[in-house]
Ligand binder design. Structure first.
Ligand code: SF4
Ligand code: SF4
Length: 402
């Protein structure tokens, strides 16, 4: 007799998934079009069809321990072609959100960032901190003679202390959560490949070779523009991070003047910063416009998506406006937008490991884990599907046994 398989459904988990954005989950009738359509799903045990049935059955443990949900790049090819409008890409996205919340450390931060009812508190913390720094630095004096001198508007010392602590907090939380995730994958997914298991570092290097050029993402068809936007945001963010690190090193360690006052090496730093900011803001603008204007292709957006997107967009935009205000000779404008920019940057740092941004870490770990156990992604030759015409309730749905 075949081994018994005990299925322990958690129907509350299914309800939570629906609340987290998998609103059309129950429409799936297991036709598997999505798994065939996905260009980055492995031949062996492909996704997202299996995740759809696990989600309908409330198999929480299987879903939260499934690295495949992170191999998905949210290109929405599968959602575009699903004949039932079940939006499998949104289901995978909702599972990822729930995993980020489950592994958040400290755990209350997951709720603070992921729940709309906590929005006022989540946004209020960075706003209050920056208002206090401004008040104690200059008592809210925005007008002063040119040139702009940010250090006189808000002292650099509290900025250095608070932002360094926020960065340390974000890094420690992220590392801790990712370490738990790797352990969880190891414990709950015994490797099946015949090849010997690879170590963490070589697997990570292999994963980064795929992630940095977005080579897998590029293979998704229906939403190619999303790949372009993601590429711009990804590299724009890295450019901005490098710029900030160089400026902070120059000011804090070498005691040089900041770029705004013509410190050494100013031109290349400014070029790097401005080009990165333009790529970053333009990529995000594409993402936002597509989400607002074309949910059919971009997928449904939840509060979790919007929270991250607006914070990251606000960071890039206020940074750019601050720089433009300074160029235009508006001292008060530069100071005002600098203050707002600092609020966005603090929110970004504090909430990095608990927001959608954390996908960068989780996806890297899941891809590296897949490499370590020999889970191979294939790019199949996909039939030239045309997007289906969806009937409200096709006949076949009535026969679905799920
Ligand atoms: S109905 Fe849609 S989500 Fe379900 S298996 Fe078919 S294509 Fe995938
Ligand atoms: S969204 Fe794209 S990558 Fe993700 S499962 Fe669907 S087709 Fe595959």
């Amino acid at each position: 007799m075949a081994n018994e398989i005990i299925v322990e459904p958690d129907l509350q988990f299914t309800k939570d998934l629906i609340k987290a954005g998998a609103t059309d989950l129950k429409k799936c009738y297991q036709c598997a079009t999505c798994s065939v359509a996905c260009r980055v799903s492995p031949d062996n045990s492909p996704y997202p069809r299996k995740e759809m049935i696990w989600a309908q059955w409330g198999l929480k443990d299987r879903l939260l321990n499934d690295p495949d949900v992170w191999l998905c790049h949210q290109c929405n090819d599968c959602s575009t072609l699903c004949p039932r409008g079940a939006y499998p890409a949104d289901v995978l996205k909702a599972i990822r959100k729930m995993l980020i919340q489950k592994l958040s450390w400290p755990s209350f931060m997951g709720s603070l960032v992921g729940e709309s009812s906590m929005a006022v508190l989540a946004l209020g913390i960075p706003i209050l901190v920056v208002l206090l720094m401004t008040y104690f630095s200059n008592g809210f004096t925005f007008s002063s003679p040119a040139p702009v001198h940010y250090g006189q508007f808000i002292s650099y010392i509290p900025i250095q202390v608070i932002y360094t602590l926020a960065l340390i907090f974000a890094v420690v939380s992220m590392v801790f959560s990712l370490k738990n995730y790797w352990t969880m994958l190891d414990k709950n997914n015994p490797p099946t490949a015949q090849e010997p298991r690879k170590g963490f570092v070589p697997s990570l290097i292999e994963a980064l070779k795929e992630i940095l050029p977005h080579s897998t993402f590029k293979d998704c068809e229906a939403n190619y523009i999303r790949y372009v936007a993601h590429f711009m945001v990804f590299w724009g963010m890295i450019g901005l991070f490098v710029t900030t690190a160089i400026v902070a090193f120059n000011i804090d360690i070498l005691s040089l003047a900041p770029p705004s006052r013509g410190g050494p090496g100013t031109i290349p730093i400014k070029i790097l910063g401005n080009v990165s900011a333009i790529a970053f803001v333009a990529g995000l603008a594409i993402m936002l416009v597509r989400r607002l204007g074309s949910p059919e292709q971009a997928g449904n957006s939840s509060y979790f998506d919007w929270f991250f997107l607006w914070i990251i967009f606000g960071t890039g935009l206020t940074g750019l406006i601050t720089e433009l205000s300074r160029w235009a000779g508006s001292v008060s404008g530069a100071y005002f937008f600098y203050m707002v920019h600092l609020m966005f940057v603090l929110a970004l740092l504090l909430y990095l490991p608990f927001s959608k941004f954390a996908h960068l870490g989780y996806r890297t770990i899941a891809i590296a884990w897949g490499k370590s156990v020999g889970r191979k992604m294939t790019v199949p030759v996909v039939p030239n599907f045309a997007p289906p015409i969806r009937a409200e309730e096709p006949e076949a749905a009535k026969e679905a046994t799920v």
